[in-house]
Design a binder for this molecule. Structure first.
Ligand SMILES: NC(=O)c1ccc[n+]([C@@H]2O[C@H](COP(=O)([O-])OP(=O)(O)OC[C@H]3O[C@@H](n4cnc5c(N)ncnc54)[C@H](OP(=O)(O)O)[C@@H]3O)[C@@H](O)[C@H]2O)c1
Length: 260
């Protein structure tokens, strides 16, 4: 059970997109967002907008989650916390051999290592409070091999699997663990990853609204659901995939991700 009033909610990747929407949505519920990302000016603007609308003063922590020391400092700096939303993530489109090794390493660090480190570091605090939750942000890419998006998809598959295992481990601690798996959503994700939207068929089919995605995720957390896939079409596609051979799924996914 999540008691939002006065709760402290750590949100990574809060300077734009889903993270920014999470910050507004939890503040509307009476919680105090702790905003984490690299762009300090953007974080300050988000904090100011939240204060103007709700009267709540969010905390701002500028932090590059790719830097080991910055991650360690973040964990020690947070103090008490009730809900974690390790949302920051990044993923460029391209063949494994074409992307730089550095790009692969940064995806592994930001999308997996930083999530594990922040959650592991703050879990003792959450356990002590016995009323909180963790809302992971994976993706529909977690359910299938993703040619042309291979490392990104695999990082999200890791998060989904890890989160569902952790959720079972924490059942007796009264800590809810929910994994949100959105399909393509209208945020700065594609810009940040330099993804040409017109060349990717999956994106041309339309993007989800970030506010609706965030509300679905928070409702899922409030209801104690392990998995949330926003949108009927995405839920249907995820279910259908279970009955189709992985080889076929990989071929279809590659096509829809612009693999020629
Ligand atoms: N948009 C989609 O289609 C979609 C679909 C499924 C899942 N997701 C997932 O949703 C999550 C949020 O992405 P989004 O769509 O909201 O994209 P976004 O608008 O690009 O937001 C990404 C956030 O991550 C932060 N970030 C990036 N690198 C960072 C670093 N090294 N250290 C700290 N923060 C960093 C960015 O802030 P700074 O640049 O200021 O650091 C930004 O606030 C990601 O995990 C993404 O994989 C997105």
């Amino acid at each position: 059970m999540i008691q939002w009033q006065g709760a402290r909610v750590l949100i990574t990747g809060a300077s734009s997109g889903l993270g920014e929407q999470f910050a507004h949505a939890v503040a509307r519920r009476g919680a105090i967002p702790i905003l984490v990302a690299r762009r300090q000016t953007r974080l300050a603007e988000v904090a100011q907008a939240i204060h103007a609308r709700t009267g709540i003063h969010p905390e701002v922590i500028a932090c590059d989650l790719l830097i080991p020391q910055a991650r360690a400092e973040l964990v020690t700096r947070v103090g008490t916390v009730d809900v974690l939303i390790p949302n920051a993530g990044w993923g460029p489109v391209g063949r494994v051999a074409t992307l730089s090794l550095r790009a692969h390493q940064e995806m592994l660090t930001l999308n997996i290592e930083a999530v594990v480190e922040v959650v592991h570091g703050l879990l003792p605090l959450l356990k002590r409070r016995r009323q909180g939750g963790i809302l992971f942000v994976a993706s529909t890419a977690a359910f299938q091999p993703c040619p042309n998006f291979a490392t990104y998809g695999a990082t999200k598959a890791f998060i989904l699997s890890w989160a569902q295992a952790l959720g079972q481990e924490l059942r007796k601690d009264d800590i809810t663990v929910t994994t949100l798996c959105p399909g393509a959503t209208a945020t700065e994700f594609f810009q940040a990853a330099n993804i040409p939207r017109k060349r990717i068929p999956a994106l041309a089919r339309g993007l989800l609204d970030p506010e609706a995605v965030v509300e679905a995720g928070l409702r899922g957390l409030e209801q104690g659901r392990a998995l949330v896939i926003p949108g009927m079409r995405h839920r249907f596609l995820v279910q259908v995939q279970r009955f189709v051979p992985r080889r076929v799924i990989a071929w279809v996914a590659g096509r829809s991700l612009g693999l020629k």
